[in-house]
Design a protein around this ligand. Structure first.
Ligand SMILES: C=C(O[C@@H]1C=C(C(=O)O)C=C[C@H]1O)C(=O)O
Length: 365
């Protein structure tokens, strides 16, 4: 067979497979519609239907990754199935998700990675506004950054948990790649100012010291805001990611300029709905202790005694008295696990207050 004939034969096979895939996706979507009908039919009077099931979605993605034998990688097939689920869920009930905006931020990228592109995503100007939108019921979920592997905690997010009664329903991790971006009119040999969010400037500090030691670094409210500004200024550049570059039509003067190649940010999904266990979960709590010697030690011993892994501990001022603190603790397990119930009971006897922010599936993607 000639090359042309071989390619033609392969394309016929691909067309045939696509038709089968379409048939199967449509059948799956009809099943999701049926799920919605069943959920609606079995509601008690006054009860609201729960369409989005994060624990079920985590299971579906893990199941697919376990079955996958290549040649596509696990992450790749999971991303495809994430989008299929997103579209199926949107047929049941379109989800509204608020995120720390404006459009083009890494938080938007995280929201789309977690929920897929079929959600209605709404940018908010500040982290606190995301919390308020979710608390008011104007959106189903919110997405906020909580920690970066280079720069540490996002304090605004931690502090917002002290002020709102919301539940953590999930987490997303995103590799963060920063680029130095310029507009069409930028005089690249005369850059006198570089805009970005303070966290991003910090994540690229060494690169900036080496390449632009004398250029003014200007912290603005988001990377997307930085990208927007350079469009109208001739002597400015921005540090931002791919989404912002695309959105504002900027070009990359330098790529992947973050100081650490593994630079990642963790985001939280906040909502009003508690998530049942999946067997691979994490729990986040806030604890306030008496300001006396050994308080932190006494708090941690019960975890150690039960072999519960702490994945993170963060301290913040309590805001209810000078030099008093609260601890944000993440650990492995679900609040319904007997061992976790037991540890929560014990620490609530030894501390001033314990608040469970939520138990949620470990990030699959
Ligand atoms: C189909 C359901 O509803 C939603 C859609 C899902 C899917 O498309 O697989 C999974 C969980 C839910 O978010 C369900 O509850 O099973």
């Amino acid at each position: 067979m000639s090359e042309k004939e071989q390619l033609q034969a392969l394309r016929v096979r691909i067309d045939n497979l696509d038709e089968q895939i379409l048939g199967l996706i449509s059948e799956r979507a009809r099943c999701a519609e049926e799920v919605a009908r069943v959920k609606m039919a079995s509601l008690q009077p006054g009860e609201k239907p729960v369409f989005y099931r994060p624990e079920r979605e985590a299971w579906v993605l893990k199941h697919i990754m376990e079955l996958n034998q290549g040649p596509l990688g696990n992450e790749e097939v999971a991303r495809l199935f994430r989008e299929i689920m997103s579209s199926c869920l949107a047929l049941e009930h379109p989800l509204k998700v608020a995120y720390l905006g404006p459009e083009g931020t890494f938080t938007q990228a995280a929201a789309l990675k977690h929920f897929g592109h079929a959600v209605i995503s709404q940018p908010m100007a500040a982290i606190d506004e995301v919390f308020r939108e979710v608390a008011a019921g104007a959106v189903n979920f919110g997405v906020v950054p909580v920690e970066n592997s280079t720069e540490g905690a996002v304090n605004h997010t931690l502090d917002s948990f002290l002020e709102h009664d919301l539940v953590i329903c999930g987490e997303v991790e995103l590799r963060i790649h920063h680029h130095l971006l310029v507009g069409e009119n930028t005089k690249t040999d005369k850059i006198s100012r570089i805009y970005s969010h303070a966290q991003s400037l910090a994540q690229c500090r060494k690169w900036l010291d080496a390449h632009y030691p004398n250029v003014e670094r200007v912290a603005v409210s988001s990377n997307a805001d930085a990208a927007k500004r350079v469009k109208s200024e001739w002597n400015s550049a921005a540090i931002a990611g791919d989404m912002a570059a695309q959105l504002y039509g900027l070009t990359k003067l330098a790529e992947k300029i973050e100081d650490r190649p593994d630079n990642s940010t963790r985001f939280l999904i906040i909502g009003n709905q508690a998530v049942p266990p999946t067997g691979d979960d994490k729990t986040s709590i806030i604890v306030s202790t008496n300001n006396k010697p050994g308080a932190l030690h006494n708090l941690l011993v019960p975890f150690q005694a039960r072999g519960i892994d702490l994945t993170r501990i963060e301290t913040r001022p309590s805001r209810s008295g000078k030099w008093t603190y609260v601890f944000f603790i993440d650990f492995v397990g679900h609040q319904h696990d007997p061992l976790v119930k037991d540890v929560l009971e014990q620490i609530s006897q030894e501390t001033v207050a314990v608040k469970v922010l939520g138990s949620y599936p470990n990030a699959v993607l």
